[in-house]
Design a binder for this molecule. Structure first.
Ligand SMILES: [Zn+2]
Length: 259
């Protein structure tokens, strides 16, 4: 990839605090994609349809199944229903096509990936980290870093094994080659803030994509709003306006500049 730095963000689960996230991104001139289920089986609130439409006027909204269903825990018929109906219901609310999908909890297999393709999506985001390049397969769009300073407690930590299996299946040994630089940069710093800044500096210097993702509801637990405000200010001084994209635009950019 050329030496240009691109910056995208994505925010999962459609929590009502996503409205605050959208406001913060706007204030710093950044774009983003919000992946929304219609409800959340884990009991977290999801923003009402009117708020989704309002947010969708400025930001991309992608699908995140009907009710935040971890797709490997249900049978094929239910997984397909979650993928297809999650898209249909969101499209009815927004009044336009939804082209992006995000696997809840990062759970994916070849079969699930094929269901997402069959449902008519253009791409799907994973939770793979330490990437600064797009992969050839748009149905495994990776990320750079989650905006969350700690290792996840259970139940998310148990997903580690399934996730690395997914990556091995898809990308083999190339995975480590693609992620080792940012892995080293990340572990070369002590604090979350300095890690984020060093990774962004690296992407700005070498070129590529900085893809920040997270959950607005999680930011409440660690003074995240102030830290994100600071980081976006840092990023705004370094990323030119034309390099600020949402996930769909990032995909289009990659397609136009490949080969
Ligand atoms: Zn989620």
């Amino acid at each position: 990839m050329e030496n240009r730095a691109l910056f995208t963000t994505s925010w999962d689960d459609g929590h009502p605090l996503d409205a605050r996230m959208a406001e913060l991104l706007s204030r710093h001139g950044f774009q983003g994609t919000f992946y929304m289920p219609l409800s959340n089986r884990e009991g977290l609130p999801v923003m009402p349809p009117g708020e989704m439409r309002r947010l969708g006027q400025e930001f991309e909204i992608g699908s995140h199944t009907i009710d935040h269903c971890p797709l490997k825990t249900v049978d094929a018929a239910e997984a397909r229903r979650q993928i297809v109906e999650g898209k249909n219901q969101l499209e009815r609310i927004l009044g336009h096509r939804v082209s992006g999908f995000c696997y809840p909890l990062g759970q994916c297999t070849w079969k699930l990936r094929q269901m997402v393709i069959d449902a008519g999506f253009d791409y799907a985001r994973t939770i793979e980290k330490f990437h600064r390049t797009m992969l050839a397969d748009p149905f495994q769009m990776p990320t750079t870093i989650q905006f969350y300073p700690h290792e996840h407690p259970s139940p998310r930590s148990v997903l580690g094994k399934a996730r690395s299996l997914f990556v091995r299946n898809f990308t083999g040994r190339g995975e480590w080659q693609r992620t080792k630089d940012l892995y080293s940069v990340f572990h070369g710093k002590e604090t979350f803030t300095s890690r984020l800044q060093a990774m962004l500096d690296y992407v700005c210097f070498h070129g590529g994509v900085f893809h920040l993702w997270g959950h607005s509801w999680e930011l409440e637990s660690f003074d995240g709003w102030r830290q994100l405000d600071d980081f976006l200010r840092y990023a705004a001084e370094r990323i030119p306006v034309e390099g600020r994209l949402n996930n769909r635009e990032l995909l289009q950019y990659a397609a136009a500049n490949s080969g």
